[in-house]
Write a protein that binds this ligand. Structure first.
Ligand SMILES: [Fe+2]
Ligand SMILES: [Fe+2]
Length: 234
């Protein structure tokens, strides 16, 4: 993997100019008051997920984690999926009739996109606002009524029971595509698509690590702390 691949991919989520010059990017991070250590840590996880540990993320606030996840969601929906869709469109032009790959590219990927979009929507509409509310409860010392209003219809367990990772479905699509030879007329779009899918799988894998091993365990602790606090309240 190219060295500047992950940093430019991460930086794009923060609406910064993804410059080839890494130093410039770090300067930009500083200018925008972004936590450089967080970006470095993410970068490390992107480069080699085996180095990932919950401990190295301990110094970052849940707000920073949530902000990253939110930015990543919109980066997927507004950029990544569209890029892949464009590559598929270009590739489709090289197939005619009822080549089996046409079906895979059209149907599977459309299904995948709608599945991922609803996965993200669920997190954006329920999970992340819920955790933000818990954070506010803790900070503001809110009254018991507010606590029960927030926790009445939702809990992290509700989310955990229905949360499934999505990168495996994508790897099935990529591996199915790889079973077919690239079109003789144009091999480049085929290769581009395969490498885009691969990069997206990696991105989703890191995203799931941050959600499942950082966000959820820490939010569970927060939820538990608040539950103890408010259930004791007179
Ligand atoms: Fe997510
Ligand atoms: Fe998720």
């Amino acid at each position: 993997m190219e060295n500047d691949f992950p940093i430019s991919q991460i930086v794009q989520r923060y609406d910064l100019a993804a410059d080839k010059d890494l130093l410039y990017s770090y300067e930009e991070l500083r200018r925008l008051n972004l936590d450089q250590r967080f970006i470095y840590t993410l970068l490390q996880t992107f480069e080699d997920e085996k180095t990932f540990s919950e401990k190295e993320y301990e110094i970052f606030s849940l707000e920073t984690i949530i902000d990253y996840l939110r930015r990543t969601h919109s980066y997927y929906l507004s950029k990544k999926l569209l890029e892949i869709e464009q590559s598929i469109d270009i590739l489709l032009k090289d197939y005619s009739g009822n080549h089996p790959l046409l079906h895979i590219l059209n149907t599977f990927f459309n299904e995948y996109t709608s599945h991922l979009s609803s996965h993200i929507r669920e997190e954006e509409k329920h999970l992340l606002p819920y955790i933000k509310n818990l954070l506010a409860l803790e900070k503001e010392n809110a009254d018991t009524e507010t606590y029960f209003a927030i926790t009445n219809n939702y809990s992290l367990q509700t989310f955990i029971d229905s949360h499934h990772d999505t990168e495996k479905d994508l790897s099935i699509i990529r591996n199915t595509i790889l079973e077919y030879q690239p079109p003789v007329s144009n091999q480049t779009p085929y290769r581009i698509l395969v490498s885009q899918l691969q990069a997206f799988e990696r991105d989703l894998f890191v995203h799931a690590l941050i959600e499942d091993r950082i966000l959820i365990p820490r939010a569970l602790e927060l939820e538990k702390r608040l539950r103890a606090l408010y259930n004791q309240a007179p």
